[in-house]
Design a protein around this ligand. Sequence first.
Ligand code: ATP
Length: 571
Amino acid sequence: MANETDLMERIVALAKRRGFIFPSSEIYGGLNGFWDYGPLGVELKRNIKQAWWDDIVRRPPEGPDGEPIEMVGLDSAIIMNPKVWEASGHLAGFKDPLVDCKECHSRFRADHLLRPFLLPLHSIPSSGQIFDTVQFRAGDPARLDRLVDQPDASKLQVIVREALNSRKAKVIEHPQAAPVHGVQYFVQDGNSSYFLGLDYDDVKLGDRCPNCGAQLTGARQFNLMFKSHAGAMEDSASEVYLRPETAQGIFANFRNVLDTQRLKLPFGIAQIGKAFRNEINPRNYTFRSREFEQMEIEFFCHPDQAAEWYEWWRDARFQWYVRHGLTSDRLRLRDHTADELAHYAAACADVEYAFPFGISELEGVANRTDFDLKAHQETSGRDMTYFDEEAWQRDAPQYKPEHYGGDKKAAKQAADEAKAGPPYRFIPHVIEPSGGVDRAALALLCEAYDEDEAPDEHGNPQPRTVLRLHPRLAPVKAAVFPLVKKDGMPEKARAVYEACRDEMTAFYDEKGAVGRRYRRQDEAGTPFCVTVDGQTAEDGTVTVRDRDSMRQERVPSEGVVAWLKDRLGRG
Ligand code: ATP
């Protein structure tokens, strides 16, 4: 098949041609970072969200003890009190370094400009005296954090850590290695040198805009949250933000859900919804958009069980993608190294997919400890603790007056003191599997895209494009055709179509040669095509053609809906 760039172009073309994805407001030239999902795209996305919701909330999986886990759903507002973003750290810290071109006004993330330089240094042309040893601020997490976004980050970090630990390596400044006159740090290990980071505050970019070659501005920090105003006054008191993630709506409602649902730890709250990030440089098709949808779970548990639940969720979420068709080795699970972890996280892993444009994250699973609930407790002043009634009932006899020499007051005081803290009252820890609907849809399209050959009506092989989507996620489950537009076939086919439509998304088509109709459905990812032909009038059977094997089977038309439902599966 095509090389990876070509492949991506073909996928994008197919998605446009067949009505999966359109540039948003295309008639006005589109809007960078925004996409519209067409008739097939909206079905694909709805199926992904429905499958996730059914598998997580309606029929939650069994936990490590074999019992179904407890899950409830939520739909919180997109715009929340700005204090939420103060508590979560998004107001202060949700920033990327931004540079502008002074001529063409293109904007770039300073760290993305440096991507090409994540190479052994000797492969970068250089001249003259370029190495200066500088002091490495080893404990500076900001510098190492910047590597997280880089494709080879984990490998690089291992090299850096090992090299620095063994003191074989030193950090060097290399002012001519990139088209920026900032301070860039490289680590030199033997004969190889690796890019380590850039001191953005020092960046004074010269005359090298990647688009037009003109001068760029220095880097400045840019908050990724979209800002708006609630109400008629446009002043700082009315400033609000479009949520950059759905997760904070869950934390902000933790108390409400706990108090109204009689839940016991461990339990999870799940939410699907839009999120907005004013990405400096949206790119890679829908992968990095400014408006997207997330599917997020906050799973609250006892601190002692957090490590076990983290592993369980990490594996469960990876397997969910495998079950829904991401079966190739393009899907991988990558544990973050200690250097990559956010300061509050105890562990984190990414479900990644090797897209034609590179390996990138589909979903992150993190053990976020009690960081978020604690932050909201501190900022809101509201109690975010959980009281473990079972543990208390087990231990309460220890606080009977007879253990306090019959002194009821002392016993009550000791009991009250014990009940106020661990192990009875505590802030739960949280495991957060956080995935993107758009990235899942894109990975599924990439994985499903295939080109092979199918026979035309004369039996001659013709090239075909086929989307081998999992039947549960396919936009249309069954297409129904009359072989020809006569002999009562259209009437019969319509009746079959109507019966199918009650149970699944179905499509009726009677136009053109049947081979061409099959191929159109192959491109749309429709797993089954049902055809009414001459034999139907004789014995009441129809043919069902399988998209992937192209095999045809005769099935009684009365039983065709049940036959199809049987094969559509749950994933
Ligand atoms: P990245 O590093 O790629 O920007 P992230 O680590 O910031 O992603 P999270 O904050 O963990 O992403 O968000 C959870 C999920 O939301 C991601 O795994 C991804 O599927 C989705 N997501 C995040 N940002 C975007 C975006 N700009 N466009 C589409 N989906 C996104």
